[in-house]
Design a protein around this ligand. Structure first.
Ligand code: ADP
Ligand code: GLC
Length: 494
């Protein structure tokens, strides 16, 4: 057995400190399992000013850190640290007010990405490596996530290739989403990282070419991104690296998303006793101002309200969906038009549709517990966590069969009652309307199957324990690629 690893996990977000989506859930959960496997994990995040120093008891680390940003000169930042709650894992925060002293991690209140995002995350990536030196933590692997920290993989393979400190540091790039690539006009970028470009910068593409190993967050998505339809322009890069590309499905943190112990819901329940779920449904209807009816199915959406999630097609279908005897609950924020469109529908159909625009974790838990069905008609979905949470809460997913949704939801079989959700193929308003209709029919007419589906859903486990073992395998593979088979034997097997 090779020795345990020093693992640096660099990310732009992580639960419980800062979250805009599933990436934060992953980075908050995977390290706990890696720690249980005996590895030495350190997480690095930007210190956005929403991360409260008092609440998390952040301590200063060392002196100021000078990050050489080429043409921008040396930028001096601070580093702070605390433990990931209930673990012994160190989390570090790169503290630089000019870049991170803002409200949102990626964009302001207008929803537009900050104009200097390329500099912010190039800086952050560089600071992550400088921090390692400062705290004398020599990573065997840098696990980087999405475009924001892709420059770490690029630097390790270029400017830092022969730096004694990092010469054996391998990289694993996890692609959580191909749509966001960190693609910018040249600007000052080449001078930051000491590499030359003759066209636009694409941080994700560079990461794909430079990382030792690449993975996405489901097998289905790993296949899809080899095609033009899903690669968002990076199909060549992906296919060039397809020999080093893997799919590892995300898990669930069952200490957070588990109806048996969840403190954010009004009654706990489990697969053997679903009575608590009935109370949660009533609580949800009350919270959203809907008629408190046990007999009417509640269909829910919790989502970034973005095109990726198919919400534009939900908007098209919604005029017909309100004809069903059902209630629709929507929680989300995102594209500006959605902030007007869905509340407007709710005003027109107050007994059927309720909507909360905003980001609200307690409500997300209430919805998972109280709804009967969860609608997720994504255009593409690298993994998707909400359908996994829905399964855990016995809330049957209605999904488009794509990426991680297709891999994790088993379609209802009307003959046998097997399955745990409802799937459709084409993303059209008709398909959404018909598949929701199928779920409604099942709710009203096939109670026997409905309970079977709920039990199947709750019985299916997506543990991080299992996925962490796969990441562990990837880390060793990456190190072997970085140092070569012979060195690997010397360094890791002793
Ligand atoms: P993505 O990362 O693409 O947004 P995922 O399904 O992987 O999609 O993860 C979304 C995560 O963000 C889930 O944990 C979900 O509960 C949460 N989430 C999304 N929108 C909201 C919201 N408006 N309020 C609370 N939680 C939300
Ligand atoms: C991305 C994807 C989502 C995935 C999450 C965590 O935001 O859109 O499908 O679950 O990352 O990996």
């Amino acid at each position: 057995m090779p020795r345990k690893l020093n693992i640096l996990i660099a990310s732009s977000e992580a639960v419980p400190f800062i979250k805009t989506g599933g990436l934060a859930d992953v980075v908050g959960a995977l390290p706990k399992e890696l720690e249980k496997l005996g590895h030495n994990v350190k997480i690095v995040l930007p210190r956005y000013y929403g991360i409260d120093a008092n609440k998390w008891n952040l301590q200063n680390v060392g002196g100021p850190l000078g990050v050489n940003m080429g043409s921008l000169g040396e930028l001096w930042c601070g580093a702070k640290t605390c433990k990931l709650p209930n673990t012994n894992i160190d989390v570090y925060f790169i503290d630089y007010e000019n870049y991170f002293g803002r409200k949102g991690p990626y964009s302001g209140s207008d929803g537009e990405g900050y104009g200097d995002n390329y500099a912010r995350f190039a800086f952050f990536s560089k600071a992550c490596l400088d921090l390692c030196k400062m705290i004398n933590f020599r990573p065997d692997v840098a696990h980087v996530n999405d475009w924001h920290t892709s420059p770490i993989a690029t630097m390790l393979n270029s400017t830092h290739r022969y730096d004694d400190f990092f010469k054996d540091t391998a990289s694993l790039l996890t692609i959580h989403n191909m749509q966001h690539q960190g693609s910018f006009y040249l600007g000052d970028y080449p001078y930051f990282l000491g590499t030359e470009y003759d066209s636009n910068v694409n941080m994700l593409r560079d990461g794909i070419y430079n990382a030792n190993i690449i993975n996405t967050v489901s097998n289905g998505y790993a296949d899809e991104i080899k095609t033009q339809e899903y690669a968002c322009g990076l199909e060549k890069a992906i296919n060039d690296r397809s020999g080093d590309l893997y799919g590892i499905v995300n898990g669930i943190d069952y200490s957070i998303w588990n109806p048996e112990i969840d403190k954010k819901i009004c009654a706990n329940y489990n697969i053997y006793d679903l009575s608590g779920k009935e109370s949660c449904k009533r609580d949800l209807q009350r919270t959203f101002g809907l008629p408190e009816r046990a007999d009417v199915p509640v269909v829910a959406i919790v989502s970034r309200l973005a095109k990726q999630k198919g919400v534009d097609v939900v908007a098209e279908a919604i005029y017909r969906l309100v004809n069903y005897d059902m209630q629709l609950v929507i929680l989300g924020e995102g594209e500006i038009w959605t902030h007007f469109f869905f509340p407007n529908i709710a005003v027109k159909h107050p007994h059927k549709v309720a909507c909360h625009i905003g980001y609200n974790e307690s409500l997300a838990h209430k919805i998972e517990a109280g709804a009967d069905f969860f609608l997720m008609p994504s255009r593409f979905e690298p993994c998707g966590l909400n359908q996994l949470y829905s399964l855990s809460y016995g809330t049957l997913p209605i999904v488009r069969a794509t990426g991680g949704l297709n891999d994790t939801v088993d379609n209802y079989d009307e003959q046998t009652g097997e399955g745990n959700g409802f799937k459709f193929g084409d993303l059209t308003a008709d398909a959404i309307y018909n598949t929701v209709g199928w779920a409604m029919y099942t709710y009203y007419n096939r109670k026997d199957h409905l309970y079977k589906l709920i039990k199947n859903a709750m019985g299916k486990r997506f543990t991080w324990q299992r996925s962490a073992l796969k990441y562990e395998e990837m880390y060793y593979k990456a190190v072997e690629k970085r140092v070569g088979a012979e060195q690997y034997k010397i360094i890791l097997e002793g």
